[in-house]
Design a protein around this ligand. Sequence first.
Ligand code: UDP
Length: 403
Amino acid sequence: MANLNDYIPIVGQPIIDDLKLIAERLHGKVIRNINSTAVGGGVAEILTRMIPFLKELGVDARWDVIKGGEKFFAVTKKFHNALHGKAENITEDDLQIFMQTSQSNIAELDISGDIVFVHDPQPIALIAKKAANKWIWRCHVDVSDPQQKVWDLLMEFIPRYDAAVFSAPAFSRPLPVRQFLISPSIDPLSDKNKELPQEVIKAVLEKYEIPRDKPVITQVSRFDRLKDPVGVIEVYKRVKKYIDCRLVLAGGTASDDPESVEVLAEVRERAGKDKDIHILLLPQNDIDVNALQRSSDVILQKSLREGFGLTVSEALWKAKPVVASHVGGIPLQIKNKYSGLLCRSIDGAAFAVKQLLNNPEYARKLGENGKEHIKNNFLLTRHLKEYLLLFLSLYHLEDVVYL
Ligand code: UDP
C-alpha cells in the first residue's frame, strides 16, 4: 500500500508536511471508528483507506463493526431510506428491534478510546456508553428531508455527542451540538483509482465477456433502489434507439444492505434477453471496478437519492465524462456542463448520454475538468487534514466562537 510521501507528486509537499505537523498533536490518541459493515458501500471504502494513513501519522486509529442480524439490518435499511425522504412504514416492532440489537452491541463491544467516531445511524445508540471521552457522530446520509419519526429517533442520541459531521452544507440540520461539514474523498493511489495498464483493463473486460465493439455506458453501484438501476436500463434503452451501445451495471452487495437480492431480480427482469446489457454481480474487487470505469465511454450515476456519491469522484478522477443526478453530494462534484452533466429525469439522462457519445471532444473536456476538480477538492489528503483538525478541535472548546 502507498505511504503518505507517495502522494507528494499528486498534491505537493506542503500538504503532506501540514498533515504531519497537525498529527503530531494527536500522537498516541486512540480514535475508535465504528460502523455497520466492513465491506460494501462508501463508508467502508473510506475507512479502509483512512485508517492506515492515520496510523502512519502516529494516530492510534481503530475500526470496529457492530453486529446485527437480518432483522436489524432490514430495519436500519428502512431507516436509511426514510432518512433519504422515502415513504417507509416504521413500526413499533422496528424500533424495538433497533434498540435490542443496539443494547447487545453496547454490552459486547469494547468502546474505549480517546475519541469514538460513530458512522451513520446504525450504531448511533452506542452513545449510551459515553464516558469522559469524546464522541463524534458522522452522518453520510442526506438528511435534509427526513421522515420525522426516524429523525426523532436519531435526535434521542445526537445531542449526547460532542459533535456531528455532515458531507455537504445542504445536509446539515439545526442541532444542539457543534456541526462540521466535511466531504468524503477518494484515494488516488488505491487499487480502485490508480492508473492501470491497458492489458489489465483488457483482461477484466474479457473476464466479464464485454466486447469493445460499441460505446459502453456504465453504472457502478450497490443494487439499491435509490441508485435507480432500473432507471439506468430505461436510459440505456432510450439511447440505444439512436446509438448502438452496451450497458454495464456493476454492483456488489453490502452486509448491512438486505435489499440487493430483490433489486437485482427486478433489474434482471427489466434487462430481459438484451445481450448488450451486462449485469455484473461483482465480488469485492477494486481492480475490476477500476478497469470497468476506465474502459467506459460514459459513466452514469442515476441515483434518486445520494449521500455523497463516491462513484462519481472515482469516475471523474479517471477523467471520464459523467452523467449524474442532481441529488445529494453530486452537485458538489459536478458543475453542470463544466465537469460533467447533471440530470433530473430518465429523458434528461438519455439526452445527456447521447450528447456525450455524439461529441467525444466535449466529453473529453468535461472529464478533464472533472479530474481537476476532484484533485483540488476530494482527495484523501484534504479529508485527512479535516479529520485531524476536527479531532483537535474537540480539545479546544474554549477556542470556539459562537455567532
Ligand atoms: N462499490 C464497489 N463495488 C460495487 C459497488 C460499489 O466497490 O459493486 C464501491 C464504489 O466503487 C464506491 C462505493 O462502493 O467506492 C460506493 O460509494 P457511494 O458513495 O457511491 O455509494 P454508497 O454505496 O455508499 O451509497
